[in-house]
Write a protein that binds this ligand. Structure first.
Ligand code: MLT
Length: 249
C-alpha cells in the first residue's frame, strides 16, 4: 500500500503501478481531502489518516502489508507503524522525514491554511510546484509539470487546510525509529529541498538494517520524476522482502 504526499493524490504512484502490478497487488488510496476522497473537516492528523488506512486494510481483508509513503504519506506511515506495527511487513519511506515541525513551520502552515481558505490555492501551488521537480524536468517535461500542477490545484481548499493543520500537529517520530523491527527502504531525491538527503540519512542511521537509496537528478516527487530508478529500487527491495533476504533486527 502506497500513500501519496501533499497536496497530491494516488496518481503520483502511476509509474510504480505500471511497473510492479504484474508482480504485486498494489493499493494506492486517496487520503481524506485529496483526489477522489471527500474533503472532510480537518485537521487531518497523521494518526487520523493512519486510522483511515487501518480501516481500509480491514475492508480489503489485508492482515499485513508493505506500507510506503511519500512525504506526508511517509508521516502517515510512521504514525501507522506506531499504532499498528503488527500489520506492517516492511516499510518504504520516500522523500520524507521523522522530525516534527518547528514553531516557525507550524505558524507558516496555519498562515497558508488561512490564506488558501480565503483566497484559494493558486499562490501555495505556485510555491510548491517549483520544489517538486528539478530545473531539468521543468525544461524537458513541461507536460508532467503541468499535470502535477493540475493535480495540486484540484485539491480543495478544505482538503489543503485539513492536511496543513494535521501535519503541523504531528509528533516527532525520531525516537521511535530505533524500535522499527521490519525491513525498511528509504528513498530520497538528490535535490529534494523539502525533505532533504540529510533528513533521509538521519532516518537511515537510526532504523536498524535500513537501506538508503539517493535517487540522482530528482527533487521531491521522485516517483514521477525518476520512475525507472524508483521502480528498480522498489523491485529489488520487495524481492528481498518476499524471499526473506532482508535483515530484520
Ligand atoms: C508533502 O510533499 O507531502 C509535503 O510537502 C510535506 C510537508 O509539507 O511537510
Amino acid at each position: 500500500m502506497l500513500l501519496h504526499g501533499f497536496p497530491l493524490d494516488r496518481t503520483i504512484w502511476r509509474p510504480q503501478i505500471n511497473a510492479l502490478s504484474g508482480s504485486y497487488q498494489i493499493v494506492t488510496p486517496d487520503l481524506r481531502g485529496h483526489g477522489k476522497s471527500k474533503p472532510m473537516e480537518g485537521p487531518y492528523t497523521m494518526d487520523l489518516l493512519a486510522e483511515d488506512v487501518n480501516r481500509l486494510l480491514d475492508s480489503l481483508r489485508l492482515d499485513q502489508v508493505t506500507l510506503g509513503g511519500l512525504s506526508m504519506g511517509g508521516y502517515v506511515v510512521l504514525a501507522f507503524y506506531r499504532k499498528f506495527p503488527q500489520r506492517v511487513r516492511a516499510l518504504i519511506l520516500v522523500d520524507t522525514r521523522a522530525e516534527a515541525d518547528d514553531p516557525e513551520a507550524r505558524a507558516r502552515r496555519e498562515h497558508q491554511a488561512l490564506s488558501v481558505l480565503k483566497n484559494g490555492s493558486r499562490e501555495l501551488v505556485d510555491q510548491l510546484i517549483v520544489k517538486m521537480f528539478t530545473e531539468k524536468t521543468f525544461r524537458d517535461q513541461p507536460k508532467l509539470v503541468d499535470e502535477t500542477r493540475k493535480m495540486m490545484e484540484s485539491t480543495s481548499p478544505a482538503g489543503i487546510a485539513g492536511a496543513l493543520r494535521g501535519m503541523a500537529l504531528r509528533p516527532d517520530s525520531t525516537a521511535m525509529l530505533a524500535s522499527i523491527k521490519v525491513p525498511t527502504l528509504i528513498l530520497v531525491g538528490s535535490n529534494d529541498s523539502i525533505t532533504t538527503v540529510a533528513d533521509a540519512q538521519k532516518m537511515a542511521q537510526r532504523i536498524p538494517g535500513s537501506e538508503l537509496v539517493v535517487v540522482p537528478e530528482a527533487a521531491h516527487l521522485t516517483t514521477l520524476e525518476r520512475p525507472h530508478e524508483v521502480n528498480t529500487a522498489l523491485r529489488r527491495f520487495l524481492n528481498k522482502v518476499h524471499t526473506g533476504q532482508t535483515f530484520t533486527p
